[in-house]
Design a protein around this ligand. Structure first.
Ligand SMILES: [Zn+2]
Length: 483
């Protein structure tokens, strides 16, 4: 009895905290947008100059870009996963495996909407020992860099940026992007809010770009009741919707195994819910929008379920003392492998006939050039780190993931079947052969190859540092951070 009473009191307190958090987030978003409208005319002027120089034309069609936070590639059912988690997404025409440019929201989302790696866009966690939990450590998006919503807005599209995870909106402080930051509410609510807004544009005959960020798979995980036990009943173990067993000493024994099983089950049940919410959303879009529409579903990073807990505890430093769980801390594939799914509505597929084979090396920095190309715009490909998937990616391309949120800086440098995992301060430079060892169990012993990949990585970083100033070459960015 006492326990139940206590739970009720906690519930009430929790509801109150949630209500206050939600009000603060919404208020911040309103203030941000008022500032954008009245104080940042110079910024819009800069974006216009940028567009005149690098991206020209009139966009044809609309784009919806959906980012499902923490969506692990290997948990989608088309990859051969044991549970049928994503029957709707499995039906997409284009299903690629991509690398996220960073293992956490704050640095990855800017890569998705700028086409640049974190060391080029600047929204990274500063300091030698990274710790995202300290807000003073957040680097700003470089003011020379222009985001996709800013660009498409000056080119005439209605734009929407809506997110259930505040860290996705946070890097936009120095941009002209107006955003809708919601509290962490369920996918169907975020999607119906987004739908209402894009249909307003569609009914006025205006094309639109919508960025929609869903937070359901991010802890704390709270799927709607109908889905919470979808593939099996989740035991209500302590901290089951958060992260427990984060420290190496706890990660053994029956209690841990039971927790791990149920934590993954809860994740999969929630993913099944997100898939259903996306199905409903896309059906309504199909009914109401007649013009060509590019629909992209991806994620900002994956999620680790203890796959490399031992290796991380032994070789990497984390200021929190947590290993093997969540994201932001390391660059093993479970954390940086994400789906990149594309469906084209109301038009002949341009992507299906493109040169991108399903096994091609693809990065989330490819999204911006692909979207611009799909919209029929003329642009200078050198201002992006990625490639338009409509034209295909070069065989010898490489991909980078970097800018961690916790511990010393790490870089994953992938070329062909080889992946270098590099952390100078942790003393790690390992190369994995992903064809023979897709789960990254043992680095290969080839000192020459390791040296060569480290050299190549350093050369790229040095080159970018030198060329950044000349890359855009426009004065007066009109950028100002207000809060
Ligand atoms: Zn995220």
């Amino acid at each position: 009895m006492g326990g139940a009473g206590k739970a009720r009191v906690n519930d009430k307190a929790w509801v109150r905290i949630k209500r206050i958090t939600s009000l603060v987030i919404r208020a911040k978003s309103v203030i941000h947008n008022i500032e954008r409208r009245f104080l940042l005319r110079e910024r819009v002027e800069y974006v216009r100059k940028f567009s005149e120089k690098f991206v020209r034309g009139k966009p044809r069609g609309s784009v919806v870009l959906i980012v499902v936070d923490c969506l692990r590639y290997r948990n989608l059912s088309f990859t051969g996963y044991s549970r049928r988690t994503t029957p709707f997404l499995d039906g997409f025409d284009i299903k690629l495996r991509a690398y996220s440019a960073s293992p956490h929201t704050y640095s990855s989302v800017p890569s998705i909407i700028t086409g640049l790696y974190p060391h080029n866009h600047g929204a990274v966690i500063k300091g030698v020992v990274k710790n995202l939990d300290n807000p003073r450590n957040l680097g700003l998006l470089r003011s020379e860099v222009v985001t996709l919503p800013e660009l498409l807005r000056v080119l005439g599209l209605d734009t929407l940026f809506i997110t259930a995870i505040y860290n996705a909106a946070l890097p936009l402080r120095s941009s002209a992007v107006e955003y809708v930051a919601l509290e962490k509410i369920e996918a169907s609510k975020v999607l119906s809010e987004a739908l209402k807004r894009v249909l307003r544009s569609a009914r006025r005959g205006k094309s639109f770009f919508a960025y929609i960020h869903l937070g359901d798979l991010h802890q704390p995980i709270n799927p709607p009741k109908q889905f919470i036990n979808f593939f099996g009943e989740v035991k209500p173990l302590p901290g089951i919707n958060m992260w427990n067993y984060r420290e190496p000493d706890e990660q053994r024994g029956e209690g841990f195994e039971e927790y791990r099983y149920n934590r993954v089950l809860l994740y999969d049940n929630t993913l099944r819910y997100v898939d259903e919410a996306l199905r409903n959303f896309v059906e309504k879009l199909r009914e109401e929008v007649d013009e060509p529409l590019l629909l992209i579903v991806t994620s900002d990073h994956g999620e680790e379920f203890w796959e490399h807990a031992d290796v991380e505890a032994e070789h990497f430093y984390d200021p929190r003392g947590f290993y093997g769980v969540g994201h932001g801390h390391n660059l093993f594939n479970e954390v940086i492998e994400v789906p990149l799914l594309v469906q084209e509505l109301n038009c002949k597929s341009m992507l299906r006939s493109s040169a991108v084979a399903s096994g091609a090396l693809v990065s989330l920095v490819d999204i911006v050039p692909t979207v611009l190309d799909w919209l029929g715009l003329d642009f200078d490909p050198n201002i992006f780190d990625g490639y338009s998937l409509l034209k295909g990616v070069p065989r010898d391309r490489w991909a980078l993931s970097e800018a961690v949120a916790y511990g010393y800086e790490k870089k994953a440098f992938i070329r062909g079947k080889y992946k270098l995992l590099y952390s100078e301060r942790d003393g790690v430079s390992w190369v994995f052969d992903l064809e023979r060892d897709p789960f990254e169990r043992s680095p290969i012993e080839d000192d020459e190859l390791v040296k060569q990949m480290v050299r190549e990585l350093k050369k790229i970083l040095a080159r970018d540092m030198l060329r950044f100033k000349t890359r855009f070459g426009i004065s007066g960015t009109g950028s100002r951070e207000i809060h």
